[in-house]
Design a protein around this ligand. Structure first.
Ligand code: HEM
Length: 394
């Protein structure tokens, strides 16, 4: 059995492989690519709850932290406690539930901006013209990036995360795009330090907490730049996939679509189930800090260990009929957002923007048809989903 997170099988349909891994090789070892993989729900959950044993400090990508100058940017997602806890407390002061909840009207405006031309034409590309644009714009809006720069930054993130054919790490093009974003955010942070506005960068600059010695602690400029870089990448590519996945799963399940159309209060259930059924972030990368023995296999100290969230959420040991898309399913722990100390900080925003986007699509178009014969998928690190879905509205 082979599990290759860079293969077409992984990007197109990893689910039969996941099932075989769970049944036959719950601690899988890929010798060629030097990683282990945990595929069962309870193992993935356990690992997310032991961040010091399954460490993020060497990066959350399959092959670990980028060794170039970009890899030294402090990012909360690739830190372990207590460093991660300190930074999470600080950024959470700017990323409050209230900051997110008040965004609903502005998100709706942003959705309309991209949806109007698509509906007027009656057809187009749902991903390229809508779902890839909305989340990127919303994050930029939140951070305080001026409108004129938002599309450029979105394209840079896409270039940064897309694997060039036949490669397994970000190439020169991707690194160039990342450097342009770093430069952009350094300038924006300096501008806001000199003259604050009502945006998240200004709030991150102002955030302060008391440390254990009773002294006031604040984020440095480079920490704020790292957080902005992470938010744009983590928030845009994943929420894009969630919006497209939910609409496509509803098309495949006409009775659920009929019910959601008739009662939009069922949308959150449809979105939660799309997160479980096709999690946009399929893999959470970790590194073993000690030797670990599980299911009769010994993972050596310092080995890379992949937590397969995409497999865990289809584990028949945890979910009844896991391969059915069921909008009434009760999901206790949504592993699609990770769990434990690194649990996604943007989950409320992702849920809100997806609900608003789909409320608008379903409320304004009487019907839609996504052409599944002409879809295309991304080839990105850790993330899976569609890069193109032709759609027709009436
Ligand atoms: C459907 C959309 C999203 C999905 C599926 C998703 C998924 C995830 C997952 C799985 C993690 C944990 C990674 C790990 O444990 O290694 C994570 C962390 C994170 N996410 Fe999200 N995310 C989404 C949207 C967002 C948005 C909209 C933002 C921000 C605007 C965001 C910001 C973050 C940040 C900052 C972290 C790191 C938290 C930490 O390490 O303490 N995400 N996300």
């Amino acid at each position: 059995m082979e599990f290759d997170p860079f293969s077409d099988v992984f990007f197109n349909d990893p689910y039969p492989t996941y099932r075989a891994l769970r049944d036959e090789s719950p601690v899988y070892h890929n010798r060629e690519q030097s990683f282990y993989a945990l595929s069962r729900y309870e193992d993935v959950l356990m690992a997310t709850l032991k961040p010091l044993l399954f460490s993020s400090a060497e990066g959350v990508e399959v092959q670990g932290r980028d060794k170039s100058e970009l890899g030294v940017l402090p990012m909360i997602i690739s830190m372990d406690p207590p460093k991660q806890i300190r930074q999470r407390k600080l950024v959470s002061m700017a990323f409050t539930p209230k900051t997110i909840a008040v965004l609903e009207d502005r998100i709706r405006e942003c959705v309309g901006e991209f949806l109007d031309p698509l509906l007027e034409r009656g057809e187009g590309d749902f991903v390229k013209e809508f779902t890839s644009c909305v989340p990127a714009d919303v994050i930029s809006l939140l951070l305080g990036v001026p409108k004129s720069e938002r599309q450029r930054l979105r394209e840079l993130v896409e270039t940064e995360l897309t694997l060039e054919p036949g490669t397994t790490t970000v190439g020169a093009k991707g690194k160039g795009a990342a450097m342009s974003r770093v430069q952009y955010f350094i300038e924006l942070v300096m501008t806001r330090r000199a003259s604050p506005e009502m945006d998240m960068i200004s709030a991150l600059i102002a955030a302060e907490i008391k440390n254990d010695d009773g002294e006031m602690d604040q984020l440095s400029d480079i920490e704020i730049v790292g957080f902005c870089m992470l938010l744009q990448a983590a928030g845009a590519e994943t929420a894009t996939k969630l919006m497209s996945n939910t609409l496509l799963l509803l098309q495949r399940n006409p009775e659920s679509l009929r019910r959601v159309r008739a009662d939009h209060s069922l949308l959150p259930g449809a979105i939660e189930e799309a997160l479980r059924f096709w999690p946009p972030a399929q893999i959470l990368g970790r590194q073993a800090t000690e030797e670990i023995t599980m299911h009769g296999v010994t993972i050596p100290k310092d080995a890379r260990v992949m937590l397969l969230a995409g497999s865990a959420s289809r584990d028949e040991r945890q979910f009844d009929k896991p391969d059915d898309y069921d909008i009434d399913r009760e999901i206790n722990i949504q592993l699609a957002f990770g769990h434990g100390v690194h649990k996604c900080i943007g989950a409320a925003l992702a849920r809100l923007e997806t609900r608003v986007a789909l409320e608008e699509v379903l409320g304004r178009a009487e019907s839609y048809e996504m052409d599944e014969s002409r879809t295309e998928r991304v080839k990105m690190i850790n993330v899976a989903g569609y890069s193109s879905i032709p759609i027709r509205f009436s």
